[in-house]
Design a binder for this molecule. Structure first.
Ligand SMILES: Nc1ncnc2c1ncn2[C@@H]1O[C@H](COP(=O)(O)OP(=O)(O)OP(=O)(O)O)[C@@H](O)[C@H]1O
Ligand SMILES: [Mg+2]
Length: 296
């Protein structure tokens, strides 16, 4: 729905004013033996996820990679309390996740803004219930500044570019001071240049508004730029359901050198793990980071 960008979609920079926002507290996330099976049309069940063990530290950024259909969105939904596991359990800061857990905020591939509301009023939708009007107004103003939309507060979603709408969506997710920010391919619908700017923005935001981030992406390079750790979901042993195939610690402080040999080596390993031919480029096949479909 929103792949357009404009010359105004410059990368905003987190400002001192923005960093004065009410502090959010990043919380650790713990997944123990998490599984999810869905009812199948034949009356049985189909296992999508199995035996997911993952400890995410407070403030950590973890990227989740895996073939399309392997259960990445399902996993995020379970962590957010929007879906429930059929095995195992999930805790945030040591206590079980509740339905629609208020400690989490979720950002999606498309901005999902209400078209009749201004950008400012869309962002305000993310404020915790009971926020005093004045505090809410101040918080929203700081967030709009953080994501570079202060001058577009009164615009409607159709009056801004795709990248700007996605920044508004990110600000709305941050408005509730989430302890855990769950992002499901948040930049997937954006053009390549805007995507790079959004990646930098996410790092600025993470520095200004500390929160634990779980990021689903189809883009191996995006994962390497943003994440402390990358978790590769998949299944290669013929069993139904995806589990964690690999966990990779990404070396180096952010922002990372996109051309470093170390990252290139990791990129190759991840592409191998995803079953993508990394030597295709040498034979004239684009070195795509598009991940194949899961064989359901
Ligand atoms: N509510 C549901 N009922 C039945 N099956 C479901 C439900 N939600 C998800 N699934 C199935 O679970 C599998 C994983 O879906 P999910 O959306 O988590 O995959 P994904 O890894 O996010 O894929 P993509 O990369 O394409 O977004 C799919 O086969 C999907 O059809
Ligand atoms: Mg998905």
């Amino acid at each position: 729905m929103t792949s357009a960008t404009t010359a105004t979609a410059e990368r905003p920079v987190a400002t001192a004013a923005a960093s004065e926002s009410p502090a959010s507290t990043a919380a650790p996330v713990s997944l123990r033996r998490v599984g999810r099976a869905f009812a199948a049309p034949d009356g049985g069940t189909r296992e999508v996820l199995r035996d997911i063990d993952l400890e995410v530290g407070a403030g950590e950024i973890v990227a989740i990679l895996g073939p399309s259909g392997c259960g990445k969105s399902t996993l995020l939904r379970i962590i957010a309390g929007l879906d429930h596991p059929t095995a195992g359990h999930v805790a945030i800061d040591g206590s079980a996740v509740r339905a629609y857990d208020v400690r989490c905020a979720v950002g999606f591939q498309e901005p999902r803004l209400l078209p009749w509301r201004s950008i400012e009023r869309n962002v305000a939708l993310g404020l915790p219930r009971g926020t005093a009007r004045r505090d809410g107004r101040d918080h929203v103003a700081r967030l709009l500044e953080l994501v570079g939309l202060a001058d577009f507060a009164g615009h409607r979603p159709h009056e801004v570019s795709g990248g700007m709408a996605q920044r508004a969506s990110l600000a709305r997710a941050l408005a509730r001071n989430p302890e855990v920010l769950l992002l499901d391919e948040p930049f997937g619908a954006l053009d390549a240049l805007t995507r790079l700017k959004m990646q930098d923005l996410l790092l600025d935001v993470h520095a200004a508004e500390p929160t634990t981030v779980l990021l689903v992406t189809h883009d191996v390079d995006e994962a390497l730029q943003l994440a402390d750790r990358i978790v590769l979901l998949g299944s290669d042993d013929g069993r139904p359901g995806a589990d964690i195939r690999q966990t990779v610690v990404v070396p180096g402080h952010r922002p990372r050198d996109r051309g470093s040999a170390e990252l290139a080596e990791l990129r190759g390993r991840l592409l191998d793990g995803l079953g993508i031919d990394r030597h295709g480029a040498a034979r004239g096949i684009p070195a795509t980071t598009t991940i194949p479909h899961y064989p359901y």
